[in-house]
Design a protein around this ligand. Structure first.
Ligand SMILES: Cc1ncc(COP(=O)(O)O)c(C=O)c1O
Length: 333
């Protein structure tokens, strides 16, 4: 059984370069930080940005003597699956508060969470929206006793701290600092960590999996909140410096979380056949699709070194294939 130190002492996830005619033609390089290969615990769930976001939180829970983790998510949530896997791997009790009614047949994500020992509790969508409120959390406390609370998607200060490590790791791995850093955006925690780590040395691009114009404000708030809270930046520049060299690319969410098109699936399958890298249908599939569109449109100047962070999410492939008839060829990887 792995111990918590597995999360802190590991070889860096590999950085792989992709080679295609398009990249050659545009004179740019595309590197993939394979955080999807950072895996531990049962199944494919505790990998990618979930590893980074949970790492310091699990340590904080252990340091505080908490043996129960409680968190929130939708029925297909990578975060729910990751917390369940972390609980099993590192001996925490886990409670998952799930948005919506209990489905008649559990999907692979919820089946997995239950198999890891997570206690699932379902709340209507309207109740679930109240989850940040004190009364709601008191109700949970009465029901479950003491717990370490992880927000939906896991994006708290310690999660951002974990995502900072991605930048430090890449810096050690590469001779040349990439000119562009790209990652998928849900809650914005991963992007906030990368923006903070890159400082103003490169352009950072976030590709939201969600529809809506709130994403930029959400990321801005996370970045400035993290600077104020200090943590690893304490004593550096007083946390006041803003990095404006980042942008949200809002054009590739395909309508939102569970939305997709045959074109997206076709792209993901071709990508897997060509590069042997599995992508998930909610986050990384859309990231790479969007990235290739931008490259084709000439968005990146010649000689750009683009680094895309593969944030994992591979547990979602099974649920997608079960729902939509096995469309993704990368199932099981
Ligand atoms: C695979 C994957 N990639 C990217 C993201 C987006 O990360 P964040 O919520 O930190 O923006 C998520 C969701 O957390 C995810 O599961």
């Amino acid at each position: 059984m792995p111990t918590l130190s597995t999360l802190f002492h590991h070889p860096p996830s590999p950085v792989e370069e992709l080679h295609t005619q398009l990249l050659k033609g545009r004179g740019v390089r595309l590197l993939v930080k394979r955080d999807d290969l950072l895996r531990t615990g049962p199944g494919l769930s505790l990998c990618g940005n979930k590893w980074r976001k949970l790492q310091y939180n699990l340590q904080a829970a252990r340091d505080a003597g908490q043996d129960t983790l409680l968190t929130f998510g939708g029925a297909y949530s990578n975060h729910i699956a990751a917390v369940a896997a972390a609980g099993q791997a590192f001996s925490f009790n886990t409670i998952g508060i799930i948005r919506g009614e209990r489905p008649e047949g559990l999907n692979p994500t919820l089946r997995f969470a239950e198999a890891c020992g997570m206690q699932l509790q379902y709340f209507s969508r309207s109740e679930f929206r109240e989850k940040e409120k004190r009364e709601f959390q008191e109700r949970l406390q009465q029901q479950f006793g003491d717990f370490y609370l992880l927000p939906e998607g896991g994006a708290n200060t310690l999660a951002i701290e974990g995502c900072l490590d991605i930048v430090a790791e890449v810096e050690q791995q590469l001779d040349n600092f990439p000119t562009h850093w790209c990652c998928s955006v849900g809650t914005g925690g991963t992007l906030a960590g990368i923006i903070t780590g890159v400082q103003e040395r490169a352009q950072v691009l976030g590709f939201p999996a969600l529809k809506g114009d709130f994403v930029e404000g959400m990321v801005r708030e996370l970045v400035s909140g993290f600077r104020v809270s200090g943590l690893r930046l304490e004593g550096s520049e007083g946390g006041g410096k803003h990095n404006e060299s980042w942008a949200i690319i809002p054009d590739f969410h395909f309508g939102g979380y569970a939305k997709w098109t045959p074109e997206l699936v076709g792209f993901m399958n071709n990508f897997y056949r060509e590069h042997h890298i599995p992508l998930d249908p909610v986050y990384t599939g859309k990231l790479f699709y969007g990235l290739f569109q931008l490259i084709e449109q000439g968005y990146f100047p010649g000689e750009s070194i683009i680094l895309a962070v593969h944030t994992g999410g591979l547990q979602g492939i099974e649920g997608f294939n079960e729902r939509f008839g096995g469309l993704l060829v990368s199932g099981g990887h």
